[in-house]
Ligand binder design. Sequence first.
Ligand SMILES: N[C@@H](CCC(=O)N[C@@H](CS)C(=O)NCC(=O)O)C(=O)O
Length: 212
Amino acid sequence: MSDFTLYGFDGSTYVRTVRMLFIEKGVPYERVAIDILKGEHLTPEHLRRHPFGKVPALETGGRILYETDAIAEFLEGHFPAPAFFPRNLDDRVDMRQWAAVINNYIYPSMIGKLVWQRIINPFLGRPVDDAVAEQALPEIRHQFELLEKVLSMRPHLVAGPASYVDLLLAPIMAYMAMTEEGQQLLSEFPGVNTWWEKMSRLDSFQRTAPQL
Ligand SMILES: N[C@@H](CCC(=O)N[C@@H](CS)C(=O)NCC(=O)O)C(=O)O
Protein backbone atom coordinates (compact mmCIF):
# COMPACT_ATOMS: atom_id res chain seq x y z
CA MET A 1 0.00 0.00 0.00
CA SER A 2 1.22 3.48 -0.86
CA ASP A 3 1.71 6.28 1.70
CA PHE A 4 -0.05 8.76 -0.57
CA THR A 5 -3.64 9.08 -1.74
CA LEU A 6 -4.29 11.72 -4.36
CA TYR A 7 -7.86 12.97 -4.72
CA GLY A 8 -8.79 14.49 -8.07
CA PHE A 9 -9.79 13.94 -11.66
CA ASP A 10 -7.56 13.32 -14.68
CA GLY A 11 -8.69 16.36 -16.65
CA SER A 12 -7.48 18.76 -13.96
CA THR A 13 -4.26 20.52 -14.93
CA TYR A 14 -3.28 20.84 -11.26
CA VAL A 15 -3.86 17.15 -10.55
CA ARG A 16 -1.78 16.31 -13.62
CA THR A 17 1.09 18.44 -12.29
CA VAL A 18 1.11 16.48 -9.02
CA ARG A 19 0.88 13.16 -10.88
CA MET A 20 3.82 14.20 -13.07
CA LEU A 21 5.85 15.02 -9.95
CA PHE A 22 5.09 11.62 -8.41
CA ILE A 23 6.22 9.92 -11.63
CA GLU A 24 9.34 12.08 -12.02
CA LYS A 25 10.33 11.28 -8.44
CA GLY A 26 9.50 7.58 -8.76
CA VAL A 27 7.12 7.66 -5.78
CA PRO A 28 4.07 5.36 -5.84
CA TYR A 29 0.69 6.83 -4.99
CA GLU A 30 -2.94 5.84 -5.06
CA ARG A 31 -5.68 7.79 -6.73
CA VAL A 32 -9.24 8.42 -5.68
CA ALA A 33 -11.43 9.91 -8.38
CA ILE A 34 -13.43 13.00 -7.51
CA ASP A 35 -16.07 13.55 -10.18
CA ILE A 36 -16.84 17.25 -10.29
CA LEU A 37 -19.65 16.68 -12.78
CA LYS A 38 -21.42 14.76 -10.00
CA GLY A 39 -20.55 17.51 -7.51
CA GLU A 40 -18.25 15.21 -5.54
CA HIS A 41 -15.84 18.10 -4.90
CA LEU A 42 -18.55 19.87 -2.89
CA THR A 43 -19.54 16.99 -0.58
CA PRO A 44 -18.86 17.46 3.16
CA GLU A 45 -16.32 14.62 2.86
CA HIS A 46 -14.30 16.39 0.17
CA LEU A 47 -14.67 19.81 1.78
CA ARG A 48 -12.93 18.31 4.80
CA ARG A 49 -10.00 17.55 2.47
CA HIS A 50 -10.10 20.83 0.58
CA PRO A 51 -12.05 23.67 2.23
CA PHE A 52 -12.49 25.42 -1.13
CA GLY A 53 -13.89 22.35 -2.88
CA LYS A 54 -11.07 21.95 -5.38
CA VAL A 55 -8.63 19.28 -6.45
CA PRO A 56 -5.96 18.10 -5.90
CA ALA A 57 -5.89 17.10 -2.26
CA LEU A 58 -3.25 14.71 -0.97
CA GLU A 59 -3.63 12.46 2.05
CA THR A 60 -0.45 11.26 3.69
CA GLY A 61 0.40 10.03 7.17
CA GLY A 62 -2.98 11.09 8.55
CA ARG A 63 -2.56 14.58 7.13
CA ILE A 64 -4.38 16.20 4.24
CA LEU A 65 -2.59 18.69 2.05
CA TYR A 66 -4.18 20.97 -0.51
CA GLU A 67 -2.94 23.65 -2.93
CA THR A 68 -0.62 22.34 -5.62
CA ASP A 69 2.33 24.58 -4.73
CA ALA A 70 2.25 23.30 -1.15
CA ILE A 71 1.84 19.66 -2.23
CA ALA A 72 4.79 20.05 -4.60
CA GLU A 73 6.96 21.56 -1.87
CA PHE A 74 6.03 18.70 0.46
CA LEU A 75 7.02 16.11 -2.16
CA GLU A 76 10.23 17.96 -2.96
CA GLY A 77 11.20 18.08 0.73
CA HIS A 78 10.55 14.38 1.27
CA PHE A 79 11.90 13.20 -2.10
CA PRO A 80 14.61 15.70 -3.09
CA ALA A 81 15.91 13.76 -6.10
CA PRO A 82 15.54 14.50 -8.89
CA ALA A 83 15.18 18.12 -7.81
CA PHE A 84 12.32 20.26 -9.11
CA PHE A 85 12.90 23.17 -6.73
CA PRO A 86 16.17 25.00 -7.48
CA ARG A 87 18.63 25.24 -4.59
CA ASN A 88 20.06 28.57 -5.73
CA LEU A 89 18.13 31.48 -4.16
CA ASP A 90 17.78 33.61 -7.33
CA ASP A 91 16.49 30.63 -9.29
CA ARG A 92 14.10 29.65 -6.52
CA VAL A 93 12.72 33.18 -6.44
CA ASP A 94 12.26 33.01 -10.23
CA MET A 95 10.39 29.77 -9.75
CA ARG A 96 8.10 31.23 -7.07
CA GLN A 97 7.42 34.21 -9.31
CA TRP A 98 6.46 31.96 -12.23
CA ALA A 99 4.24 29.84 -9.98
CA ALA A 100 2.38 33.00 -8.91
CA VAL A 101 2.11 34.19 -12.54
CA ILE A 102 0.77 30.81 -13.68
CA ASN A 103 -1.72 30.50 -10.78
CA ASN A 104 -2.93 34.10 -10.72
CA TYR A 105 -2.86 35.14 -14.39
CA ILE A 106 -2.13 32.35 -16.86
CA TYR A 107 -4.52 29.67 -15.54
CA PRO A 108 -7.46 32.10 -15.14
CA SER A 109 -7.01 33.46 -18.70
CA MET A 110 -6.00 30.35 -20.62
CA ILE A 111 -8.12 27.73 -18.83
CA GLY A 112 -10.75 29.87 -17.11
CA LYS A 113 -11.64 31.84 -20.22
CA LEU A 114 -10.32 30.47 -23.54
CA VAL A 115 -10.18 26.70 -22.91
CA TRP A 116 -13.42 26.83 -20.95
CA GLN A 117 -15.27 28.24 -23.95
CA ARG A 118 -13.43 26.37 -26.69
CA ILE A 119 -13.04 22.89 -25.14
CA ILE A 120 -14.89 22.41 -21.87
CA ASN A 121 -18.31 23.89 -22.62
CA PRO A 122 -18.58 22.10 -25.99
CA PHE A 123 -17.42 18.85 -24.32
CA LEU A 124 -20.13 19.22 -21.67
CA GLY A 125 -22.75 20.22 -24.23
CA ARG A 126 -23.06 23.65 -22.62
CA PRO A 127 -23.48 26.95 -24.51
CA VAL A 128 -20.31 28.67 -25.70
CA ASP A 129 -19.72 32.39 -25.12
CA ASP A 130 -17.39 33.47 -27.95
CA ALA A 131 -17.06 36.95 -26.46
CA VAL A 132 -15.37 35.55 -23.34
CA ALA A 133 -12.82 33.68 -25.47
CA GLU A 134 -12.18 36.67 -27.74
CA GLN A 135 -11.80 39.11 -24.85
CA ALA A 136 -9.21 36.81 -23.27
CA LEU A 137 -6.94 36.83 -26.32
CA PRO A 138 -5.05 40.11 -25.66
CA GLU A 139 -4.16 39.06 -22.12
CA ILE A 140 -3.16 35.58 -23.31
CA ARG A 141 -0.98 37.12 -26.02
CA HIS A 142 0.68 39.26 -23.35
CA GLN A 143 1.36 36.09 -21.33
CA PHE A 144 2.88 34.37 -24.38
CA GLU A 145 5.13 37.41 -24.90
CA LEU A 146 6.32 37.13 -21.31
CA LEU A 147 6.94 33.38 -21.69
CA GLU A 148 8.74 33.92 -25.01
CA LYS A 149 11.14 36.45 -23.47
CA VAL A 150 12.45 33.71 -21.20
CA LEU A 151 11.98 30.61 -23.35
CA SER A 152 13.76 32.14 -26.34
CA MET A 153 16.84 32.48 -24.08
CA ARG A 154 16.82 29.17 -22.19
CA PRO A 155 15.13 25.77 -22.38
CA HIS A 156 13.05 26.05 -19.20
CA LEU A 157 11.18 28.74 -17.29
CA VAL A 158 13.91 28.82 -14.65
CA ALA A 159 17.65 28.49 -15.29
CA GLY A 160 18.84 24.87 -15.21
CA PRO A 161 16.84 21.68 -15.64
CA ALA A 162 13.04 21.50 -15.75
CA SER A 163 11.54 22.73 -12.48
CA TYR A 164 8.16 22.54 -10.77
CA VAL A 165 6.79 25.46 -12.80
CA ASP A 166 7.43 23.70 -16.11
CA LEU A 167 5.26 20.88 -14.75
CA LEU A 168 2.68 23.45 -13.64
CA LEU A 169 2.46 25.08 -17.07
CA ALA A 170 2.69 22.03 -19.36
CA PRO A 171 -0.80 20.64 -18.58
CA ILE A 172 -2.25 24.12 -19.17
CA MET A 173 -0.43 24.39 -22.51
CA ALA A 174 -1.78 20.96 -23.44
CA TYR A 175 -5.30 22.40 -23.38
CA MET A 176 -4.17 25.58 -25.16
CA ALA A 177 -2.70 23.42 -27.95
CA MET A 178 -6.15 21.89 -28.45
CA THR A 179 -7.58 25.29 -29.46
CA GLU A 180 -7.15 27.10 -32.78
CA GLU A 181 -6.07 30.24 -30.97
CA GLY A 182 -3.48 28.31 -28.98
CA GLN A 183 -2.08 26.68 -32.15
CA GLN A 184 -1.83 30.12 -33.75
CA LEU A 185 0.04 31.54 -30.74
CA LEU A 186 2.40 28.56 -30.59
CA SER A 187 3.25 29.12 -34.27
CA GLU A 188 4.03 32.79 -33.55
CA PHE A 189 6.21 32.19 -30.47
CA PRO A 190 8.98 29.71 -31.37
CA GLY A 191 10.61 29.67 -27.92
CA VAL A 192 7.32 28.69 -26.26
CA ASN A 193 6.66 26.16 -29.00
CA THR A 194 10.06 24.48 -28.60
CA TRP A 195 9.53 24.31 -24.83
CA TRP A 196 6.04 22.88 -25.35
CA GLU A 197 7.24 20.20 -27.75
CA LYS A 198 9.95 19.17 -25.29
CA MET A 199 7.56 19.06 -22.32
CA SER A 200 4.99 17.07 -24.25
CA ARG A 201 7.59 14.38 -24.94
CA LEU A 202 8.27 13.79 -21.22
CA ASP A 203 7.32 10.32 -20.07
CA SER A 204 5.54 11.79 -17.01
CA PHE A 205 3.50 14.01 -19.31
CA GLN A 206 2.54 11.23 -21.68
CA ARG A 207 1.60 8.85 -18.87
CA THR A 208 -0.79 11.39 -17.34
CA ALA A 209 -2.79 12.29 -20.45
CA PRO A 210 -6.45 12.70 -19.48
CA GLN A 211 -8.87 10.26 -21.08
CA LEU A 212 -11.31 12.78 -22.51
N1 LIG B 1 -5.19 26.87 -6.19
C1 LIG B 1 -5.55 25.49 -6.42
C2 LIG B 1 -6.32 25.43 -7.71
C3 LIG B 1 -6.91 24.06 -7.97
C4 LIG B 1 -8.01 24.12 -9.02
O1 LIG B 1 -8.40 25.18 -9.50
N2 LIG B 1 -8.49 22.94 -9.40
C5 LIG B 1 -9.60 22.87 -10.33
C6 LIG B 1 -9.35 21.79 -11.35
S1 LIG B 1 -7.95 22.13 -12.37
C7 LIG B 1 -10.87 22.52 -9.56
O2 LIG B 1 -10.82 21.84 -8.57
N3 LIG B 1 -12.00 23.02 -10.04
C8 LIG B 1 -13.27 22.72 -9.45
C9 LIG B 1 -14.05 23.98 -9.15
O3 LIG B 1 -13.46 25.07 -9.21
O4 LIG B 1 -15.24 23.87 -8.86
C10 LIG B 1 -4.28 24.64 -6.46
O5 LIG B 1 -3.20 25.19 -6.68
O6 LIG B 1 -4.35 23.43 -6.23
